[in-house]
Design a protein around this ligand. Sequence first.
Ligand code: SF4
Length: 245
Amino acid sequence: MAEAFVAEIMESIQGEGLWMGCRQAFVRLCGCNLRCAYCDTRGSWGQHQPECQVYRGWEGQETLQRLPNPLAVDQLLGLVEGFSAPWVAVTGGEPLLWPAFLGELLPALRARGRRVLLETNGTLGDALARVVHEVDVISMDFKLPSAVGEDLRETHRRFLCRAAERDVYVKVVVDGATSDREVREAAECVAAVDPLIPLVLQPVSPREGAAGVGLARLGELQRVALDVLDDVRVIPQLHRYLGAR
Ligand code: SF4
């Protein structure tokens, strides 16, 4: 049975993207192949963290259990059984660093009646191909050069071609340094796969080191993307407003 290093497991409200507000169990896998300037989950970067943190109960009243990593698929399924949420968000870090584990976990979750949302940075297309038919919804981040220091358009385009076999939307984090050109090129890349794929512009949440972005600028960036795509939405992170983890 496959194993993976898991950073944390908990139940909460989805705070990003098109499924915002849904109650979901979150399985955050360890490790990431990128280093985005605005990353708010840096604690999951290390791929072999010794402990998984399991938060049982609703936030604010939860108990914390620490389990030694790695976790086997059966062990993780047992932990998720303790949550009532109909959805399981598989996230990271970058969860597609663990394709063998996901190849066993995702069909088992769906066989138990859970719906699976995969949150990914959209760079590991070969790994996605191994599990794409075991996912209900894919939330694919599109990384702009100003965030990661390189042009990932071709990597994202190839990934999105596979992701488009399922229900998929693309999310772009924008900040005060985001240019019109970056957003236009991202939108054109998405449109080359399917112009009906929704694009979410997510303003970076204010924190140290991140240049915020105001309403006027968000409107300009949305206009730029709407010249290329049909469905472009500005959606900030909900859990920042709720004070959730
Ligand atoms: S891909 Fe996600 S987890 Fe990885 S560095 Fe970027 S924001 Fe952080």
